[in-house]
Ligand binder design. Structure first.
Ligand SMILES: Nc1nc2c(c(=O)[nH]1)N[C@H]1C(S)=C(S)[C@@H](COP(=O)(O)OP(=O)(O)OC[C@H]3O[C@@H](n4cnc5c(=O)[nH]c(N)nc54)[C@H](O)[C@@H]3O)O[C@H]1N2
Ligand SMILES: Nc1nc2c(c(=O)[nH]1)N[C@H]1C(S)=C(S)[C@@H](COP(=O)(O)OP(=O)(O)OC[C@H]3O[C@@H](n4cnc5c(=O)[nH]c(N)nc54)[C@H](O)[C@@H]3O)O[C@H]1N2
Ligand code: SF4
Ligand SMILES: [Mo]
Length: 738
């Protein structure tokens, strides 16, 4: 094929930047930001630029791998062989022990790849197991729970309108490194700088002076895990100083204002100061600034989620947005109107069923299900605790729980003890080395791409589809078809290649029937239209979702616009966006109010005990656990170091560059010390996703820059009660020089 240029959305993080790829046949010879992309306008980060190295990495798994358990050696297999092996081994385990004997773990990149995005649920339904786990419960689950209770669906997350706001209060997020999360926006750094350039103000609440804090007007160095208290104190000030102004646009729709007023009563700035480590005067001033700003948005991200009071903190963020009248107005916190798949774009506008949690619970600790999944803090115990309903087999899709989940040494051992494991993954890494079969997805260039979830969390309404740029090679099997074929195996349809098509046909049939029931569109006609020219798989599903979505687009509209279609800035959506049972904004959901009373109020008595607590951090050139095998991203000074404040280093005789031992109740590790004043005294930080020097891992470059796995220090015993989310921040540790 001749040299050419093609455009596609970068699938590596939530920012959805447009890439301009220069190709020589199948090889990417140059990567640039797509300056014509309607959203990213040419912005690109070092990871996007390195996508060619990721694609051509010789360590990647390219054909199915089967492990011989006796010798622990791997061999190449054909796809037919791999699926036959899975059928022969997996079905007897399920037949003997029941459906719950199989667990699923869905990892983060499954949000960024079209196959898992559209077929994870298909696989989950085919498995009929309660043991569905995902990276959501080491991440944003608290926000999904609070959003669902307040607004009716788990993706009804208010997005800070950063392009128009005058005042941004950021808690527990470092978009200068992460490029934004639950806030899809290419070039967040540029957009944040623009806030200040137009005279606006940014305040960052973070135990570390992150790059984002450095680029802001004010850094508030909070004690980890105390954001809920800080935010509730701000709400208390708004009530006490008569600053609450929900505004005419919200007032008719807000329920529970008096309950909130009452429940925040004990959270005076003076009462939370000793716990949060933030002076009462600062808390009071921040509340006044927020109320006085012409427009403002409060935005909390992972730091506010991976903590003990994650759901309350996530809720309190939006309580402040409501109390100051900033919810659902330009420059405030707004709802996206996605072209596809919005939970709050279908059904009856303005009213829904709300949500229910805990329809099932885990076997060992009876932890409740949230949005159909169990918290990952339960995964290891479900595997290593004998008894009825024990997990004996696991399928992982784009996940590396051995590095990403808390208490990971136990999980590592649990995976080694499984009777059978399948991984859909691009590498043989810390997790997938335990698999019996690894099934690789096709090249990025050979798959279509649409960010179903991320576009619904974006600061603008944008729709972009990237068509496959190259044909599948003969050894490749599309990821969606792998998932559908696995689902077919579990349904007893056999393991042959045509099973994927059968499953796909059944799924699309169900979806068009639903569309008929909902909108009265003739199912037969719709199916014929979307199946024209042999369209099937994810593309047919996307076409259906676009046609039945709020903009009445079709996939063909998107195909001819590879730089995306700009559907405009966010628009007010209250009340039609609401899907609560009452049709109101539930400002005081009972579950949350009870949690405030039962756990958050008593915690007011806590005081820092003089010991150290551990938090994480992210680096621009890294992405969770899986980009450390790309030399251009890992070269330079080591990134997996222990950040320690100079005072703490002095009192513990820790020396910059020397090793220290870090110990928690769960585990211990050794790591190089980096002394820095960009962290609050009493707090130390280690990034997650490292620790690549374990047996059986086939990552030659990552091994040279192995780092250590911080999740041997985190625990499965602590979690946010309402969401089940793991606590990964504020872990008590001891640090000693070695
Ligand atoms: N201590 C601590 N732990 C954390 C966090 C923290 O802040 N601190 N952050 C948490 C967060 S936010 C997250 S999201 C989780 C992530 O947790 P996980 O999703 O479990 O882990 P990842 O590191 O994202 O691993 C992704 C896996 O997907 C594979 N992969 C990459 N691309 C593809 C693809 O296209 N298809 C397939 N099938 N596989 C692919 C990679 O090889 C890798 O094995 O980690 C969490 N863990
Ligand atoms: N370069 C890069 N980009 C990424 C990723 C990556 O690994 N690398 N991962 C992607 C993923 S999966 C996600 S979920 C997003 C996350 O996106 P962000 O939420 O922006 O994540 P971080 O950059 O880790 O920033 C979290 C900040 O919270 C602070 N923090 C820790 N504990 C607390 C606390 O108790 N309270 C407060 N207020 N702050 C606290 C940390 O010091 C850190 O600065 O990033 C995504 N983008
Ligand atoms: S910011 Fe995210 S989406 Fe944009 S180029 Fe970098 S990795 Fe890709
Ligand atoms: Mo994440």
């Amino acid at each position: 094929m001749p040299k050419r240029i093609a455009y596609r959305t970068c699938p590596l993080c939530e920012a959805t930047c447009g890439l301009e790829l220069h190709l020589d046949d199948r090889a990417i010879t140059l990567v640039r930001g797509d300056k014509d992309d309607v959203f990213s306008h040419g912005f690109i980060c070092p990871k996007g630029s390195a996508i060619n190295h990721l694609e051509s990495d010789p360590d990647r798994v390219r054909v199915p791998q089967i492990r011989d358990r006796a010798t622990n050696t791997w061999r190449d297999a054909t796809w037919d062989e791999a699926f036959a092996h899975i059928e022969a081994r997996l079905l007897p385990i399920i037949a003997e022990h029941g459906n719950d004997a199989l667990a699923l773990y869905l990892g983060n990149p499954s949000v960024h790849s079209i196959g898992p995005q559209l077929y994870n649920r298909v696989l989950g339904q085919a498995a009929r197991t309660r043991n569905v786990f995902s990276a959501s419960t080491v991440d944003q689950m608290p926000k999904q729970v609070s959003a669902a209770l307040m607004f009716g669906t788990g993706l009804s997350v208010p997005i800070p309108d950063i392009d128009h706001t005058d005042y941004l209060l950021v808690l527990g997020a470092n978009p200068f490194a992460s490029n934004g999360s639950l806030m899809t926006a290419p070039d967040v750094p540029g957009r944040l700088r623009a806030i200040r350039a137009r005279g606006g103000r940014i305040v960052v609440v973070d135990p570390r002076r992150s790059k984002t804090a450095e680029e802001s007007d004010e850094w508030v160095a909070i004690v980890p895990g105390t954001d809920a208290h800080l935010l509730l104190a701000m709400a208390q000030v708004l009530f006490a100083d008569d600053l609450v102004q929900v505004g005419d646009h919200l007032a008719p729709w807000v329920a529970g204002l008096d309950t909130v007023r009452e429940v925040v009563g004990p959270f005076t700035p003076e009462a939370v100061e000793p716990m949060c480590g933030v002076p009462a005067s600062v808390i009071r001033r921040l509340a006044h600034e927020l109320a006085a700003a012409p427009t403002a948005a409060v935005y909390g991200r992972i730091g506010t989620c991976v903590q003990e009071f994650g759901t309350v903190a996530s809720w309190a963020v939006d309580v402040l947005n409501v109390l100051t009248g900033n919810l659902d107005r330009r420059g405030g916190a707004m709802f996206n109107l996605p072209a596809i798949g919005g939970g709050n774009t279908g059904g009856t506008p303005g009213r829904g069923r709300g949500v229910r949690f805990g329809r099932r619970s885990s076997r060992v600790r009876a932890m409740p299900e949230v949005f159909g999944e169990l918290p990952v803090v339960c995964l290891a115990e479900e595997i290593d605790t004998p008894g009825d309903g024990q997990v004996h087999a696991l399928i992982t899709v784009a996940g590396n729980p051995v590095l990403s989940n808390p208490g990971s040494q136990r999980l590592d051992a649990a995976l080694a003890s499984l009777d059978f494991m399948v991984s859909i993954d691009i590498y043989r890494n810390e997790t997938t080395r335990h698999a019996d079969v690894i099934l690789p997805p096709e090249s990025l260039l050979a798959r279509g791409h649409y960010d179903v979830a991320l576009r619904s969390l974006a600061i603008r309404n944008v729709a972009t589809y990237s068509a496959p740029i190259v044909e599948l090679e003969s050894h490749e099997h599309p990821e969606w078809a792998t998932m559908a074929r696995l689902a077919g195996v579990l349904q007893g349809l056999g393991s042959s290649a045509d099973v994927a098509q059968q499953v796909d046909a059944a799924v699309i049939g169900m979806l068009v029937d639903k569309a008929e029931a909902r909108a009265g569109t003739d199912a037969g006609e719709l199916l014929a239209t979307i199946s024209a020219n042999g369209r099937h798989g994810p593309e047919r599903m996307l076409d259906l979702m676009l046609r039945t979505g709020p903009y009445e687009l079709t996939l063909d509209h998107l195909i001819v616009q590879p730089h995306g279609i700009d559907l405009g800035p966010l628009q007010p959506r209250i009340p039609e966006v609401l899907r609560t049972a009452t049709g109101r904004i539930e400002l005081a959901p009972e579950m949350i109010i009870d949690d405030v009373r039962e756990r958050v109020v008593p915690a007011l008595a806590r005081r820092p005990n003089g010991g150290l607590v551990l938090i994480g951090r992210r680096d621009l050139r890294s992405n969770n656990s899986w980009m450390h095998n790309v030399r251009v991203l890992v070269k330079g000074k080591p990134r997996c170091t222990l950040h320690v404040h100079p005072d703490d280093a002095r009192s513990r005789a820790l020396v910059d560059g020397a090793k220290a031992k870090v110990m928690s109740q769960t585990g211990e590790l050794e790591i190089a010390v980096e002394v820095t004043d960009a962290i609050r005294p009493g707090v130390v930080s280690i990034p997650h996703g490292w620790g690549h020097d374990v047996d059986g891992v086939d990552l030659s470059i990552a091994r040279e820059h192995a780092g250590v796995n911080t999740n041997v220090l985190t625990s499965t015993d602590t979690f946010d009660v309402l969401s089940g989310n793991a606590v990964l921040s504020g872990i008590p540790v001891e640090v000693v020089a070695t």
